[in-house]
Design a protein around this ligand. Structure first.
Ligand code: HEM
Length: 149
């Protein structure tokens, strides 16, 4: 296995955890928690998922940066808008910043005061982060298929 295959394998494996976990959270756990107003069920899922979800996101970022540098060598060239691969890299970085913004706000502002009264505000974090996680996959697949070029 060469280093590209190793990086891509880690990247895709971590993507299954990050995106798959968020789809389970948004589609299965969240509707039940909102219906039963059971904030503790959400916290239970979050604390279990975090143990694997955060390392997965870290692997995603490290392997993603490696893959980006493999595809478009040199950080400065990632801003070369005439290069379609560089445009996709910038979209990935933008999605990463959006994810980080939602995560920091949820961790510092919403989760510490979570109760049945502000569950909807956490839903407004979980749903966009899930949509963004799917966009990460769509943009990722576009590198190889070229369908967003
Ligand atoms: C949660 C975050 C992310 C998810 C779910 C994700 C998902 C994916 C997926 C599914 C692919 C397609 C793999 C394939 O072609 O077989 C991919 C490719 C790629 N991703 Fe990500 N990604 C994420 C974050 C990032 C980040 C932060 C970067 C860094 C800029 C990045 C850069 C890339 C690159 C360069 C490729 C193309 C690899 C290649 O085929 O040469 N990704 N990603």
């Amino acid at each position: 296995m060469n280093s590209f295959a190793v990086a891509l394998t880690f990247h895709v494996l971590a993507a299954t955890i990050w995106t798959g976990g968020h789809i389970v959270l948004a589609v299965v756990i969240l509707p039940r928690v909102l219906r039963d107003r059971a904030s503790e069920d959400l916290l239970k899922f979050e604390s279990g998922y975090e143990r694997i979800g955060i390392p997965a996101l870290l692997i995603q970022v490290i392997s993603g940066i490696w893959l980006a540098n493999h595809l478009v060598p040199g950080f400065a060239n990632w801003f070369e808008m005439s290069n379609p691969a560089a445009r996709l890299i910038l979209i990935k970085l933008l999605l990463l910043m959006l994810t980080a913004g939602f995560a920091v706000d949820a961790r510092l502002r919403v989760i510490p005061n979570l109760s049945e009264h502000n569950l909807v505000s956490l839903a407004w974090h979980i749903i966009p982060v899930t949509i963004i996680s799917v966009l990460f996959v769509i943009v990722g697949v576009a590198f190889r298929t070229g369908w967003l070029y």
